[in-house]
Design a protein around this ligand. Structure first.
Ligand SMILES: CC(C)(COP(=O)(O)OP(=O)(O)OC[C@H]1O[C@@H](n2cnc3c(N)ncnc32)[C@H](O)[C@@H]1OP(=O)(O)O)[C@@H](O)C(=O)NCCC(=O)NCCS
Length: 133
């Protein structure tokens, strides 16, 4: 299969949201306008994997361009897994974002995927506004 990995375009948005809806990244599947803003804000690198115009993978990386990047979102369609696409999306997003390293919070079940990369483990936290807004 020929799969292109490239920066997102508005036409990819429905496919991205559909992918996120079924893969536990529901915050990206709620409002198209918010999702587009999140994926295209300054300092954000967002890539899709596309096969015959169908979105089968997405990655979003935040970064300062010189030192630190943070992988926020990574999803590959279940039918396309195990073919190197997840790795390709991470490597391409890291190369485009720049920086010396990538931090991330791994979802349950994905930890073994990340151990395939040169890495060091650190405890992770997700903070929320208090009081909630
Ligand atoms: C995690 C995910 C992105 C991996 O995508 P993928 O395209 O299947 O990954 P790749 O084919 O590039 O795999 C690269 C390597 O990791 C291994 N790997 C992939 N997923 C794995 C998993 N869940 N557990 C163990 N190893 C895994 C592959 O076997 C491959 O190993 P190799 O280099 O020795 O051949 C995909 O399973 C996914 O979208 N999962 C649901 C969403 C999710 O959990 N995303 C991560 C959020 S933190």
């Amino acid at each position: 299969m020929v799969v292109g990995v490239r920066p997102i375009e508005p036409s990819h948005l429905p496919g991205i949201m559909a992918l996120c809806a079924v893969e536990g990244s529901g915050s990206y599947a709620e409002e198209a306008d918010l999702t587009w803003r999140a994926l295209t804000s300054p300092g954000v690198t967002s890539l899709v994997a596309v096969q015959e115009d169908r979105v089968i993978g997405v990655a979003q990386m935040l970064g300062d361009g010189v030192i630190q990047a943070f992988l926020v979102l990574l999803v590959v369609h279940p039918d396309a897994r195990g073919k190197g696409l997840g790795r390709r999306l991470v490597e391409e997003a890291f190369a485009r974002a720049g920086g010396k390293r990538v931090d991330l919070l791994a979802e349950e079940g994905a930890e073994a995927f990340y151990t395939r990369f040169a890495h060091r483990r650190k405890p992770g936290f997700r903070l929320y506004p208090d009081p909630p807004r």
